[in-house]
Design a protein around this ligand. Structure first.
Ligand SMILES: NC(=O)c1ccc[n+]([C@@H]2O[C@H](COP(=O)([O-])OP(=O)(O)OC[C@H]3O[C@@H](n4cnc5c(N)ncnc54)[C@H](OP(=O)(O)O)[C@@H]3O)[C@@H](O)[C@H]2O)c1
Length: 267
């Protein structure tokens, strides 16, 4: 992990970096000597979180309060970081819509599209040329195992995550010979405030144990530059690969839909 600073440079931008998996990335990078520039919505949280990391590790962490659902958010991030040598970019924030398709308003779905798809796309638009111009860099898009196939009860969310997987994999290929590593991280269930806030039942943990946010971030950073996409968690990775290989598509879709509903449907 300590070669991240020599490989990617002094600053990393973490879009959604103060809680959950994003906080895992911020802390891991700060410990590795890469100063995290953390973006989140809550007015004081990014600054306070950055100050804490700076005090703990001696890094030059900074925080920016922005809502990534806003149309001009990525342009603003670009401007705020223009003078800093950002070598690594991680897009983490997402809107997770859980429940039947009709239970979410059109506005909630538009917001999910904006944070989960437009934000990552514009981040790639703005930062990939910057990373390419430096001659080296890394960019990670957070996706989900639910985005590999249709997943009922999170249909819209899963579709937005498919966008991230497919986008990052394509860009991995385009940029691999230009010194820029791109990675999609297909996370399984991860212990975060957002996940816990959805009041899930922790089912089938023997097949895919729930991971810590720190473990997901460390795995992602270790996978960057090695593969186009990475499924997190050793046991979850092997069981998921096996299901994807062996099961017909309709069975896979039915399995993901029924297990997601079983996790989240109220009694
Ligand atoms: N947790 C899981 O089980 C799981 C499983 C698979 C994939 N994932 C993926 O992993 C990523 C992280 O998930 P997570 O559970 O850690 O929680 P999350 O709610 O997606 O991310 C939390 C971080 O993002 C910030 N954030 C959220 N919305 C934002 C917005 N509109 N603008 C700016 N910042 C925003 C939060 O701070 P503020 O609230 O202060 O803005 C916080 O710092 C997501 O992409 C998710 O799809 C998670």
């Amino acid at each position: 992990m300590s070669d991240l600073a020599s490989k990617y440079g002094p600053y990393a931008l973490i879009l959604g970096g103060t809680a959950g998996i994003g906080a895992g990335f911020s802390a891991a990078l700060a410990r590795a000597g890469v100063s995290p520039l953390v973006v989140a919505r809550a007015a004081d949280a990014p600054g306070e979180f950055a100050q804490r990391l700076a005090a703990e590790t001696g890094c030059d962490a900074r925080g920016f309060a922005l809502d990534l659902a806003d149309d001009d958010a990525i342009a603003e991030v670009a401007e705020l970081t223009a003078e800093l040598d950002v070598g690594l970019v991680v897009y983490v924030a997402a809107v997770s819509l859980v429940g039947p398709f009709e239970s979410h308003s059109a506005e909630a779905k538009r917001r999910a599209l904006s944070v989960n798809c437009r934000g990552p796309l514009e981040t790639c638009d703005v930062f990939l040329p910057r990373l390419r111009a430096r001659g080296r860099g890394g960019l990670i898009l957070m996706s989900s195992a639910s985005g590999h196939q249709g997943t009922g009860w999170v249909s819209t969310y899963a579709a937005t995550k498919a966008f991230n997987t497919v986008l990052a994999e394509g860009l991995w290929w385009e940029y691999r010979e230009q010194g820029v590593d791109v990675l999609a991280v297909e996370a399984g269930r991860t212990e975060t405030p957002t996940y816990r806030g959805q009041r899930p039942r922790d089912t089938a943990t023997w097949i895919a144990p729930i991971q810590s946010a720190d473990a997901v971030a460390s795995e992602a950073l270790a996978a960057l530059g090695r593969v186009p996409s990475h499924l997190t968690g050793t046991r979850g990775r092997w069981s998921t690969r096996l299901m994807r290989t062996l099961l017909p598509r309709r069975t896979l879709v039915a399995l993901y839909g029924s297990s997601t509903r079983a996790m989240f449907e109220p009694e």
